[in-house]
Every structure is written in structure tokens, then in C-alpha cells.
Design a binder for this molecule. Structure first.
Ligand code: GLY
Length: 343
């Protein structure tokens, strides 16, 4: 073989190798470009349906995922008949309504949170501003209120006559015993249910993908009814009540927050999805960790996880039956009941 022919052959082989290398690099780069998705939004409980519909108005018209989840969860926050979230939420044992909320986006992992916030109807909007306007992730109590007022929020009385009546009824026994799946039971409040079996709890967690493939989530609650003053649950804790990582997916929780905090529940679900589990299997595994640690105790409490992966697949699992979640995308608007470990 002549030197020239050998040179040409080597050059062609080299060029092909270079091309292949470039192609491989291109596909690596392409993988990182956000996939254009059909938007999807999912939320905990039946009341998530109305919240999803509000979020959908933005998602379906090209709105940003963070604006969408904020708009969505503001619906139950402002609903006085919802006694587990925002205005009209059941108070703590001292008769004060204290709110927890957080918001997170999955690209830069930006997040904001408020806890033990009083007198503000929309804690989720304050959490969003913590994310956008401060160098911090979390503000609590008096500081969170100060921040909200400095940013134009108005102080309001969140204790409705109905919630006050329920609290006074509860005071007759003053037993703290969160009721499983109370989120779907308290419309309308039946005071006869209250003595000794306090209406108690909980939360809306919402997860979404917008048209650009960006993921976000929001979680907001008035927490466990009749809780100790100062008690904060899982809902405002990034990694417990909510976690979003756009490379993988997002998860949120509802139920007894202490159990979710102990297990870093939502972060656990996302990490399990990162290892290849489907949203439903990841939620199941996270619930099993709680049940297996103390099966007797698990009989008396509810925790449910809800998850969405970056492909738009979703799933949920709970300790007990009765944990429902709402789904809205271009094809369906439905309420499902999650499978459960126990009856
Ligand atoms: N999951 C809400 C709470 O425990 O406060």
C-alpha cells in the first residue's frame, strides 16, 4: 500500500471516528435539552381536581410551571370549606390557624418555603417570593409574616366561624388523634364527628410539567388540626412534603407529617425513581419503609405519596385505602384512589 493511500485511508478512518464521536456527543447534549412534553398536573385528594383545573389554565396556554402550581394550590388555600389548607383551616390546640407551604422547581432546584405562618391566606405565594427574592430557602413564624407584610400581603383572620366551632367542640375532649383520610371526610363539618375523634389534618401537594418539560411542585397545608402550638409538619420541608428534580421527577406527600419527615419521604420517592422504579413502585417502597418500621403504629396513621416522572407518568401509594389523587392532562381529568399496603 502506497504511503498516500495509507494516509488517505487513515484520514478517512480518523474522520469517521471523529464523526461518530461528534454524533455521540451530540446525542449526549440532546438528551439534556428539555423534552417538549404535553403538560400534566396531578394533586393529592379529590379537592385537587379544582386546583388542577386552575393550574391547567396556565399549563395549557404555555404558562410557566411555577406560576401554574402556585395558581392551582391557591384554590384550596382560599376555600373556607376546606379545613386542611389555608383560610378556614382547622387551628392548633390554642385556636390559632398556622400555615406551612413550599414550592420547588426542578431545573436549578430553586425552592422556597414558609412555616408556622399566621394571618396570610396564601402562604404558597409567600414561599414563592422567598424562593425568588431572598438568598434563603425557608422563613418561619414572625419572620415569615414580616416578610409577607413587607411584600404587600394583607393580614387576615383565618379562623372561620365554622372552624372555631369545630375547635370549641374539640376542646371538650382535647384528644389529639389524627383521623385517617380526614381530607375527604369533612364536607360539611359534622360537629357530631368531632368529640373524641377530632377532625384532623391535611394537605394539597401538586406536581406538574409544563410545555417546555420544566417540572415544578407546590405543597400547602394548615397542618394537623389541634396540633401543639409551633408544630410544623412535612409540607414546608423540602425533601419531606415535596421534592422536585427535573432530571428524574417529583414527589409529594399527604398524611401524618412526622412520619414523612422521619423518612425524608418525597426525596426518597424521587431517588427511587432515579434508580429506575416507576412512580407507583417508588411510592409503594417509600410507604413500606414507614409500615415495616412499626407495623402496629402504621395501623393508626395514614401517609400517602404521589409521584410524577419526567416522562409524565404518575402513580401513588398509601398506607391505608382512601388516599385519592386528581390528574389533569390533555387526555384525562380524573380522580383515582391509590393502592394501599393495609386495608
Ligand atoms: N402532611 C401535613 C402535616 O402533617 O402537617
Amino acid at each position: 500500500m502506497s504511503h498516500r493511500r495509507k494516509f488517505l485511508q487513515t484520514s478517512v478512518t480518523g474522520a469517521m471516528a471523529l464523526l461518530l464521536q461528534r454524533k455521540a456527543l451530540a446525542s449526549v447534549t440532546l438528551d439534556k435539552v428539555p423534552v417538549i412534553n404535553d403538560p400534566v398536573v396531578i394533586s393529592t385528594w379529590d379537592f385537587g381536581k379544582a386546583a388542577n383545573a386552575e393550574a391547567w389554565k396556565l399549563l395549557s396556554t404555555g404558562g410557566d410551571v411555577i406560576d401554574a402550581v402556585e395558581a392551582g394550590v391557591k384554590v384550596p388555600e382560599a376555600d373556607p370549606t376546606n379545613h386542611s389548607v389555608g383560610y378556614g383551616g382547622f387551628p392548633d390546640r390554642d385556636g390559632k390557624v398556622t400555615l406551612d407551604a413550599c414550592i420547588m422547581e426542578g431545573t436549578a432546584l430553586n425552592c422556597g418555603s414558609v412555616a408556622f405562618l399566621e394571618n396570610i391566606v396564601h402562604p404558597i405565594s409567600v414561599a414563592k417570593l422567598v424562593m425568588q427574592k431572598t438568598p434563603h430557602v425557608m422563613l418561619v413564624g414572625e419572620g415569615a409574616l414580616q416578610f409577607a407584610l413587607a411584600n404587600g400581603f394583607q393580614k387576615e383572620n383565618l379562623l372561620t366561624p365554622e372552624s372555631e366551632k369545630a375547635w370549641k367542640e374539640w376542646l371538650k375532649t382535647s384528644q389529639y388523634a389524627p383521623v385517617i383520610n380526614i381530607e375527604n371526610q369533612f364536607k360539611p363539618v359534622d360537629p357530631k364527628q368531632l368529640p373524641g375523634g377530632p377532625n384532623n389534618h391535611d394537605t394539597i401537594g401538586m406536581l406538574a410539567i409544563d410545555k417546555t418539560g420544566k417540572m415544578g411542585g407546590a405543597c400547602t397545608t394548615s397542618g394537623a388540626a389541634w396540633k401543639m402550638r409551633g408544630r410544623v409538619g412535612d409540607s414546608p420541608i423540602i425533601g419531606a412534603g415535596l421534592y422536585v428534580d427535573g432530571e428524574v421527577g417529583a414527589a409529594t406527600s399527604s398524611g401524618l407529617g412526622e412520619e414523612v419527615i422521619r423518612t425524608c419521604g418525597s426525596h426518597t420517592v424521587v431517588e427511587l425513581m432515579r434508580q429506575g422504579l416507576s412512580p407507583e413502585k417508588a411510592c409503594k417502597n417509600a410507604v413500606e419503609r414507614i409500615v415495616n418500621r412499626n407495623p402496629e403504629r402504621a395501623k393508626t396513621l395514614q401517609v400517602g405519596f404521589l409521584a410524577l416522572n419526567k416522562k409524565g407518568e404518575y402513580g401513588a401509594y398509601a398506607i391505608h385505602k382512601g388516599f385519592t389523587y386528581s390528574v389533569k392532562n390533555g387526555k384525562e381529568e380524573k380522580i383515582y384512589e391509590a393502592k394501599a399496603i393495609l386495608t
